[in-house]
Design a binder for this molecule. Structure first.
Ligand code: ACO
Length: 343
Protein backbone atom coordinates (compact mmCIF):
# COMPACT_ATOMS: atom_id res chain seq x y z
CA UNK A 1 0.00 0.00 0.00
CA UNK A 2 1.42 3.42 -0.90
CA UNK A 3 1.26 6.40 1.44
CA UNK A 4 -0.20 9.58 -0.04
CA UNK A 5 1.98 12.51 -1.05
CA UNK A 6 2.76 14.86 1.82
CA UNK A 7 4.73 18.10 2.15
CA UNK A 8 7.86 17.08 4.05
CA UNK A 9 10.64 19.27 5.40
CA UNK A 10 13.69 17.60 3.86
CA UNK A 11 16.42 20.12 4.78
CA UNK A 12 17.07 23.31 6.74
CA UNK A 13 19.77 25.95 6.64
CA UNK A 14 20.33 29.27 8.36
CA UNK A 15 22.37 32.43 8.25
CA UNK A 16 23.17 35.03 10.86
CA UNK A 17 25.42 38.00 10.06
CA UNK A 18 28.82 38.06 11.79
CA UNK A 19 28.41 41.31 13.79
CA UNK A 20 27.22 40.86 17.38
CA UNK A 21 25.33 43.34 19.55
CA UNK A 22 25.67 42.34 23.20
CA UNK A 23 23.63 43.41 26.21
CA UNK A 24 26.69 45.26 27.50
CA UNK A 25 26.84 47.31 24.30
CA UNK A 26 23.11 48.11 24.52
CA UNK A 27 23.62 49.27 28.11
CA UNK A 28 25.98 51.90 26.71
CA UNK A 29 23.30 53.10 24.22
CA UNK A 30 20.22 53.22 26.49
CA UNK A 31 19.30 53.04 30.17
CA UNK A 32 19.26 49.25 30.57
CA UNK A 33 21.42 46.45 31.96
CA UNK A 34 22.47 42.93 31.12
CA UNK A 35 20.64 41.78 34.27
CA UNK A 36 17.30 43.36 33.22
CA UNK A 37 17.46 42.07 29.65
CA UNK A 38 18.50 38.56 30.70
CA UNK A 39 15.90 38.27 33.44
CA UNK A 40 12.95 39.79 31.52
CA UNK A 41 13.66 38.31 28.06
CA UNK A 42 16.37 35.62 28.17
CA UNK A 43 18.44 37.45 25.52
CA UNK A 44 22.22 37.83 25.90
CA UNK A 45 23.23 38.92 22.39
CA UNK A 46 21.87 39.28 18.85
CA UNK A 47 23.42 39.45 15.36
CA UNK A 48 23.15 42.65 13.33
CA UNK A 49 23.53 42.95 9.56
CA UNK A 50 25.98 45.72 8.70
CA UNK A 51 27.17 46.85 5.29
CA UNK A 52 25.83 49.43 2.89
CA UNK A 53 23.06 48.25 0.60
CA UNK A 54 22.59 44.91 2.34
CA UNK A 55 18.97 44.09 3.11
CA UNK A 56 16.92 41.09 4.17
CA UNK A 57 17.44 39.44 0.77
CA UNK A 58 21.19 39.20 1.43
CA UNK A 59 20.60 36.98 4.46
CA UNK A 60 17.76 35.04 2.80
CA UNK A 61 19.97 34.33 -0.22
CA UNK A 62 22.80 33.12 2.03
CA UNK A 63 20.42 30.68 3.74
CA UNK A 64 19.02 29.45 0.40
CA UNK A 65 22.49 29.02 -1.14
CA UNK A 66 23.49 26.87 1.83
CA UNK A 67 20.28 24.87 1.54
CA UNK A 68 20.82 24.16 -2.18
CA UNK A 69 24.44 23.27 -1.56
CA UNK A 70 23.89 20.90 1.36
CA UNK A 71 21.10 19.04 -0.47
CA UNK A 72 22.78 19.03 -3.88
CA UNK A 73 19.68 20.69 -5.34
CA UNK A 74 20.01 22.62 -8.60
CA UNK A 75 18.23 26.01 -8.76
CA UNK A 76 16.16 24.77 -11.72
CA UNK A 77 14.64 22.02 -9.55
CA UNK A 78 12.81 24.54 -7.33
CA UNK A 79 9.14 25.09 -8.23
CA UNK A 80 8.16 27.85 -5.78
CA UNK A 81 9.90 30.19 -3.31
CA UNK A 82 8.05 31.93 -0.49
CA UNK A 83 9.70 34.51 1.74
CA UNK A 84 8.15 35.44 5.07
CA UNK A 85 9.41 38.86 6.05
CA UNK A 86 8.36 42.03 7.83
CA UNK A 87 11.39 43.96 6.64
CA UNK A 88 11.39 43.57 2.85
CA UNK A 89 14.30 45.15 0.99
CA UNK A 90 11.84 47.33 -0.94
CA UNK A 91 8.10 48.02 -1.02
CA UNK A 92 8.26 46.18 -4.31
CA UNK A 93 9.37 43.92 -5.89
CA UNK A 94 9.11 41.22 -3.27
CA UNK A 95 12.12 39.99 -1.33
CA UNK A 96 11.32 36.48 -2.62
CA UNK A 97 11.81 37.80 -6.18
CA UNK A 98 15.17 39.28 -5.21
CA UNK A 99 16.35 36.10 -3.46
CA UNK A 100 15.46 34.03 -6.53
CA UNK A 101 17.56 36.31 -8.71
CA UNK A 102 20.49 36.23 -6.28
CA UNK A 103 20.61 32.42 -6.12
CA UNK A 104 19.92 31.80 -9.81
CA UNK A 105 16.35 30.50 -9.52
CA UNK A 106 14.38 31.63 -12.57
CA UNK A 107 10.93 31.38 -14.06
CA UNK A 108 9.05 30.14 -10.99
CA UNK A 109 6.40 31.65 -8.71
CA UNK A 110 7.85 33.64 -5.82
CA UNK A 111 6.19 35.97 -3.35
CA UNK A 112 6.43 37.42 0.16
CA UNK A 113 4.12 36.69 3.06
CA UNK A 114 3.51 39.39 5.65
CA UNK A 115 2.21 38.03 8.94
CA UNK A 116 4.82 39.55 11.28
CA UNK A 117 6.36 36.91 13.56
CA UNK A 118 3.87 34.24 12.42
CA UNK A 119 4.86 34.63 8.76
CA UNK A 120 7.13 31.60 8.57
CA UNK A 121 4.35 29.30 9.81
CA UNK A 122 1.82 30.97 7.50
CA UNK A 123 4.27 30.28 4.65
CA UNK A 124 4.82 26.64 5.65
CA UNK A 125 1.06 26.22 5.66
CA UNK A 126 0.80 27.75 2.16
CA UNK A 127 3.66 25.57 0.87
CA UNK A 128 1.99 22.42 2.15
CA UNK A 129 -1.30 23.33 0.43
CA UNK A 130 0.51 23.88 -2.89
CA UNK A 131 2.16 20.48 -2.55
CA UNK A 132 -1.07 18.78 -1.50
CA UNK A 133 -2.76 20.26 -4.59
CA UNK A 134 -0.11 18.51 -6.69
CA UNK A 135 0.92 21.66 -8.57
CA UNK A 136 4.51 21.79 -7.24
CA UNK A 137 7.04 19.30 -5.85
CA UNK A 138 9.88 21.35 -4.33
CA UNK A 139 9.26 24.59 -2.42
CA UNK A 140 11.73 26.75 -0.54
CA UNK A 141 10.28 28.61 2.43
CA UNK A 142 12.47 31.41 3.76
CA UNK A 143 11.99 33.34 7.01
CA UNK A 144 14.22 36.41 7.07
CA UNK A 145 14.29 39.78 8.77
CA UNK A 146 16.66 42.68 9.18
CA UNK A 147 14.90 43.97 12.29
CA UNK A 148 17.76 46.40 12.97
CA UNK A 149 16.44 48.44 10.00
CA UNK A 150 13.20 49.28 11.86
CA UNK A 151 14.44 49.46 15.45
CA UNK A 152 14.87 52.71 17.33
CA UNK A 153 18.16 52.33 19.20
CA UNK A 154 17.10 55.13 21.57
CA UNK A 155 14.02 53.15 22.76
CA UNK A 156 15.07 50.72 25.48
CA UNK A 157 11.71 48.96 25.48
CA UNK A 158 12.22 47.58 21.95
CA UNK A 159 15.90 47.83 20.98
CA UNK A 160 16.98 45.09 23.36
CA UNK A 161 14.59 42.54 21.87
CA UNK A 162 15.39 42.13 18.19
CA UNK A 163 18.15 40.75 15.98
CA UNK A 164 18.77 39.96 12.30
CA UNK A 165 18.89 36.57 10.60
CA UNK A 166 17.43 34.18 8.07
CA UNK A 167 16.49 30.54 7.82
CA UNK A 168 15.24 28.42 4.94
CA UNK A 169 13.66 24.99 4.61
CA UNK A 170 13.20 22.75 1.61
CA UNK A 171 9.66 21.39 1.53
CA UNK A 172 9.19 18.45 -0.83
CA UNK A 173 6.38 16.18 -1.92
CA UNK A 174 7.34 12.84 -0.37
CA UNK A 175 5.68 9.54 0.31
CA UNK A 176 7.56 8.40 3.44
CA UNK A 177 4.60 9.16 5.70
CA UNK A 178 6.36 12.08 7.41
CA UNK A 179 5.73 15.77 6.88
CA UNK A 180 3.43 18.67 7.65
CA UNK A 181 0.48 16.87 9.25
CA UNK A 182 -1.66 19.87 10.15
CA UNK A 183 -1.51 23.66 10.29
CA UNK A 184 -3.67 26.46 11.50
CA UNK A 185 -3.30 30.19 10.97
CA UNK A 186 -5.20 32.90 12.83
CA UNK A 187 -5.36 36.71 13.07
CA UNK A 188 -7.05 39.57 14.89
CA UNK A 189 -6.46 42.96 13.26
CA UNK A 190 -7.71 44.87 16.28
CA UNK A 191 -4.33 44.07 17.85
CA UNK A 192 -2.66 46.52 15.46
CA UNK A 193 -2.68 49.37 17.99
CA UNK A 194 -0.33 47.46 20.27
CA UNK A 195 2.34 46.52 17.72
CA UNK A 196 3.00 48.26 14.40
CA UNK A 197 5.17 50.62 12.40
CA UNK A 198 3.37 53.95 12.11
CA UNK A 199 4.81 55.42 8.89
CA UNK A 200 6.31 54.32 5.61
CA UNK A 201 3.26 52.57 4.20
CA UNK A 202 0.45 53.94 2.01
CA UNK A 203 -1.45 55.32 4.99
CA UNK A 204 1.38 57.58 6.03
CA UNK A 205 4.16 57.67 3.42
CA UNK A 206 7.63 58.79 4.43
CA UNK A 207 8.15 62.56 4.76
CA UNK A 208 10.81 64.58 6.57
CA UNK A 209 8.21 65.04 9.34
CA UNK A 210 7.58 61.29 9.81
CA UNK A 211 11.31 60.68 9.94
CA UNK A 212 11.84 63.52 12.45
CA UNK A 213 9.08 62.04 14.64
CA UNK A 214 10.73 58.60 14.51
CA UNK A 215 7.62 56.96 13.09
CA UNK A 216 9.49 54.40 10.96
CA UNK A 217 10.39 52.20 13.89
CA UNK A 218 8.64 49.33 15.68
CA UNK A 219 6.04 50.67 18.09
CA UNK A 220 5.24 48.05 20.72
CA UNK A 221 3.21 48.21 23.92
CA UNK A 222 5.16 45.36 25.47
CA UNK A 223 2.89 44.45 28.36
CA UNK A 224 -0.28 44.31 26.21
CA UNK A 225 1.47 42.21 23.55
CA UNK A 226 2.91 39.94 26.24
CA UNK A 227 -0.58 39.19 27.59
CA UNK A 228 -1.91 38.21 24.15
CA UNK A 229 1.25 36.28 23.22
CA UNK A 230 1.09 34.13 26.38
CA UNK A 231 -2.60 33.34 25.79
CA UNK A 232 -2.47 32.73 22.03
CA UNK A 233 0.73 30.65 21.94
CA UNK A 234 -0.80 28.27 24.50
CA UNK A 235 -4.19 28.32 22.75
CA UNK A 236 -2.77 27.52 19.31
CA UNK A 237 -0.59 24.72 20.72
CA UNK A 238 -3.57 23.24 22.60
CA UNK A 239 -5.78 23.40 19.49
CA UNK A 240 -3.24 21.69 17.23
CA UNK A 241 -2.63 19.02 19.89
CA UNK A 242 -6.37 18.39 20.33
CA UNK A 243 -6.99 18.20 16.57
CA UNK A 244 -4.28 15.56 16.25
CA UNK A 245 -4.94 13.62 19.47
CA UNK A 246 -1.53 14.56 20.86
CA UNK A 247 -0.60 14.59 24.53
CA UNK A 248 2.47 16.40 25.87
CA UNK A 249 4.36 13.13 26.34
CA UNK A 250 3.90 12.30 22.64
CA UNK A 251 5.63 15.50 21.43
CA UNK A 252 9.39 15.33 20.91
CA UNK A 253 9.96 19.05 20.34
CA UNK A 254 8.17 22.33 20.81
CA UNK A 255 9.59 24.85 18.34
CA UNK A 256 8.29 28.18 19.57
CA UNK A 257 8.71 31.65 18.13
CA UNK A 258 11.47 33.31 20.14
CA UNK A 259 10.10 36.61 21.47
CA UNK A 260 10.62 36.17 25.18
CA UNK A 261 11.95 33.24 27.23
CA UNK A 262 9.08 33.64 29.70
CA UNK A 263 6.49 33.22 26.90
CA UNK A 264 8.34 30.10 25.70
CA UNK A 265 8.42 28.59 29.21
CA UNK A 266 4.77 29.33 29.82
CA UNK A 267 3.76 27.70 26.49
CA UNK A 268 5.81 24.59 27.30
CA UNK A 269 4.25 24.34 30.74
CA UNK A 270 0.71 24.61 29.34
CA UNK A 271 1.56 21.81 26.88
CA UNK A 272 3.04 19.60 29.59
CA UNK A 273 6.53 19.62 28.05
CA UNK A 274 9.80 19.81 30.01
CA UNK A 275 12.24 22.48 28.78
CA UNK A 276 14.65 19.75 27.52
CA UNK A 277 12.16 19.22 24.69
CA UNK A 278 11.84 22.90 23.79
CA UNK A 279 14.07 24.60 21.23
CA UNK A 280 15.53 27.82 22.61
CA UNK A 281 17.89 30.13 20.71
CA UNK A 282 16.66 33.50 21.99
CA UNK A 283 19.75 33.85 24.20
CA UNK A 284 22.05 34.21 21.20
CA UNK A 285 19.84 35.50 18.35
CA UNK A 286 17.13 37.57 20.11
CA UNK A 287 13.82 37.91 18.27
CA UNK A 288 14.62 37.63 14.56
CA UNK A 289 10.88 37.74 13.72
CA UNK A 290 10.36 35.41 10.72
CA UNK A 291 13.73 33.70 11.15
CA UNK A 292 13.27 32.42 14.72
CA UNK A 293 11.66 29.07 13.90
CA UNK A 294 13.88 28.02 10.96
CA UNK A 295 16.96 29.13 12.94
CA UNK A 296 15.82 26.87 15.81
CA UNK A 297 15.44 23.94 13.40
CA UNK A 298 18.90 24.68 11.98
CA UNK A 299 20.54 24.88 15.40
CA UNK A 300 18.90 21.69 16.65
CA UNK A 301 19.14 19.80 13.35
CA UNK A 302 21.70 17.30 14.68
CA UNK A 303 19.25 16.23 17.41
CA UNK A 304 16.28 15.68 15.09
CA UNK A 305 15.35 12.17 14.02
CA UNK A 306 13.04 10.88 11.31
CA UNK A 307 9.50 10.49 12.61
CA UNK A 308 9.87 12.77 15.66
CA UNK A 309 6.79 14.85 16.42
CA UNK A 310 7.28 18.62 16.41
CA UNK A 311 4.78 21.34 17.27
CA UNK A 312 5.73 24.75 15.85
CA UNK A 313 3.94 27.77 17.37
CA UNK A 314 4.19 31.50 16.74
CA UNK A 315 2.59 34.79 17.74
CA UNK A 316 3.24 38.21 16.27
CA UNK A 317 2.09 41.64 15.17
CA UNK A 318 -1.33 41.90 13.58
CA UNK A 319 -2.10 40.18 15.83
CA UNK A 320 -1.31 36.92 14.08
CA UNK A 321 -0.69 33.46 15.47
CA UNK A 322 -0.18 30.02 13.99
CA UNK A 323 0.56 26.40 14.80
CA UNK A 324 2.00 23.63 12.64
CA UNK A 325 2.30 19.93 13.51
CA UNK A 326 5.20 18.23 11.73
CA UNK A 327 6.64 14.74 11.79
CA UNK A 328 10.31 15.25 11.01
CA UNK A 329 11.44 13.94 7.64
CA UNK A 330 15.04 12.75 8.15
CA UNK A 331 17.85 12.01 10.60
CA UNK A 332 19.39 15.42 11.20
CA UNK A 333 22.75 14.18 12.49
CA UNK A 334 23.73 13.18 8.95
CA UNK A 335 22.89 16.60 7.53
CA UNK A 336 23.75 19.00 10.34
CA UNK A 337 26.23 21.74 9.75
CA UNK A 338 29.82 20.57 10.13
CA UNK A 339 30.94 23.48 12.30
CA UNK A 340 29.00 21.96 15.21
CA UNK A 341 25.91 23.44 16.75
CA UNK A 342 25.57 25.05 20.13
CA UNK A 343 22.57 23.34 21.61
N1 ACO B 1 15.76 48.00 30.49
C1 ACO B 1 15.35 48.39 31.72
N2 ACO B 1 14.06 48.69 31.98
C2 ACO B 1 13.18 48.54 30.97
C3 ACO B 1 13.56 48.14 29.69
C4 ACO B 1 14.92 47.87 29.46
N3 ACO B 1 15.37 47.46 28.27
N4 ACO B 1 12.45 48.10 28.91
C5 ACO B 1 11.42 48.47 29.67
N5 ACO B 1 11.86 48.75 30.93
C6 ACO B 1 11.09 49.20 32.08
C7 ACO B 1 9.82 49.90 31.68
O1 ACO B 1 10.08 51.27 31.40
C8 ACO B 1 8.99 49.72 32.92
O2 ACO B 1 9.40 50.67 33.87
P1 ACO B 1 8.30 51.41 34.81
O3 ACO B 1 7.66 50.30 35.60
O4 ACO B 1 9.14 52.34 35.61
O5 ACO B 1 7.36 52.06 33.86
C9 ACO B 1 9.40 48.34 33.42
O6 ACO B 1 10.66 48.06 32.81
C10 ACO B 1 8.42 47.25 33.07
O7 ACO B 1 8.04 47.39 31.69
P2 ACO B 1 7.18 46.32 30.97
O8 ACO B 1 7.00 46.69 29.53
O9 ACO B 1 5.94 46.08 31.77
O10 ACO B 1 8.16 45.07 31.08
P3 ACO B 1 7.85 43.57 30.82
O11 ACO B 1 8.20 42.79 32.00
O12 ACO B 1 6.47 43.40 30.23
O13 ACO B 1 8.90 43.20 29.67
C11 ACO B 1 8.90 42.96 27.28
C12 ACO B 1 8.90 43.93 28.46
C13 ACO B 1 10.17 42.14 27.38
C14 ACO B 1 8.88 43.74 25.99
C15 ACO B 1 7.67 42.03 27.37
O14 ACO B 1 6.53 42.81 27.57
C16 ACO B 1 7.46 41.20 26.14
O15 ACO B 1 8.18 40.26 25.87
N6 ACO B 1 6.37 41.46 25.36
C17 ACO B 1 5.95 40.60 24.24
C18 ACO B 1 6.83 40.74 23.03
C19 ACO B 1 6.27 39.90 21.90
O16 ACO B 1 5.88 38.75 22.08
N7 ACO B 1 6.12 40.47 20.72
C20 ACO B 1 5.45 39.77 19.65
C21 ACO B 1 6.37 39.33 18.63
S1 ACO B 1 7.29 40.64 17.90
C22 ACO B 1 6.67 40.94 16.30
O17 ACO B 1 5.66 40.45 15.93
C23 ACO B 1 7.41 41.92 15.42
Amino acid sequence: MTTSLRATISAVHGYVPPDLLTNAELARLVDTSDAWITERTGIKERHILKGEGLGTSHMGAEAVRGLLQKTGTRPDEIDLLICATTTPDLQFPSTANLICDMVGVRNIGSFDVQAACSGFLYSLSIASQFIAAGTVRKVIVVGADKMSSIIDYTDRATCVLFGDGAGAVLVEAQQNGYGIMDSLIRSDGSGMIHLHQKAGGSRLPATPDTVAKRLHYVHQEGAAVYKFAIAKMAEVAAEIMARNNLRGDMIDWLVPHQANKRIIESTAERMGLPMERVMVTINKYGNTTNATIPLCLWDYEAKLKAGQRLVLAAFGGGFTWAGVYVTWGYDGAKAARPDGVSL
